[in-house]
Ligand binder design. Structure first.
Ligand code: NAP
Length: 246
């Protein structure tokens, strides 16, 4: 994949899928801004990237806090001159059947997974348009495509990311800024730890490949969508799920 003098900001880069995305882009020579909630988690990833000859900085930003995102993004654009690649990956779950779901759990999931995309994309996307080059990749979920019992908040947020991405893809297309979505299926990370440690009988029956994916499987798709080679692809949803959502 070709990356020429590119800087990327990856949210949720402290662990799991975001860490794999940050490390895979850094290995291609991309400068990395690793964002997560806990400074030790994004700091550990940026240290690891710098230790193997890459370039990374860490920023602790709570993506559920819109004004904090907008001020951090504006400062980072000033500091780096430009941000070419934005990966909105930070996310949480607060699962429960609708009848028992609190408004607090609804709001927390919508804020962290969906509203965060609005804020990062608004502040970082316009300078990309002015530069006439940009790649935005939003990490949704097969839950946003198929629905999933116990995840009304999460499925709504992840489906919202798809509608949001298609709209922004249309708004930014003439400026050479693409916006695509990667929708993972079950991937082995902390988020699925209680499932993947001892995969309950029946979960993999829904996955044609009969196994969970690795964070690197998602990072590989993101790397392509962030590269020069994906220039004519925008507004698309790529499911990376071992065939589950087909
Ligand atoms: P994970 O292992 O739980 O990691 C989540 C990352 O998001 C962490 O780095 C965490 O920061 C960060 N984060 C959470 N809340 C945040 C907040 N308020 N502010 C800033 N950062 C925050 O999750 P994952 O499995 O890698 O998931 C990554 C993305 O893929 C999520 O959007 C998730 O919905 C999506 N996804 C995952 C799966 C799966 O099977 N794993 C499937 C479909 C979609 P700290 O490290 O600082 O805590």
């Amino acid at each position: 994949m070709t990356f020429t003098d590119r800087t990327a900001l990856v949210t949720g880069a402290g662990r799991g899928i975001g860490k794999a995305i940050a490390e895979s882009l850094a290995a291609q020579g991309v400068k990395l801004i690793c964002v997560s909630k806990n400074p030790a988690s994004c700091g550990g990833v940026s240290d690891a990237i710098n230790a193997v000859g890459g370039y990374a900085v860490a920023r602790a930003v709570d993506v559920a806090d819109g004004p904090a995102i907008e001020s951090a993004a504006a400062e980072l654009i000033k500091e780096f001159g430009k941000i070419d690649i934005l990966v909105n990956n930070a996310g949480i779950t607060r699962d429960g059947l609708l009848a028992r779901m609190s408004e607090e759990d609804w709001n927390a999931v919508i804020q962290t997974n969906l509203t965060s995309c609005f804020h990062w994309t608004k502040v970082i996307g316009w300078p990309m348009c002015r530069n006439r080059w940009g790649r935005i990749v939003n990490i949704s979920s097969v839950s946003g495509i198929m629905g999933n019992a116990g995840q009304a908040n999460y499925s709504a947020a992840k489906a919202g990311m798809i509608g949001f991405s298609k709209t922004v893809a249309k708004e930014f297309a003439r400026r050479n800024v693409t916006v695509n979505v990667v929708a993972p299926g079950f991937i082995k990370t902390d988020m699925t730890a209680d499932l993947s440690d001892e995969i309950p009988k029946g979960v993999t029956d829904f996955i044609p490949m009969r196994r969970f994916g690795e964070a690197a499987d998602i990072a590989n798709a993101v790397q392509f969508l962030a590269s020069e080679e994906s220039a004519y692809i925008t507004g698309q949803v790529f499911t990376v799920d071992g065939g589950m959502a087909m």
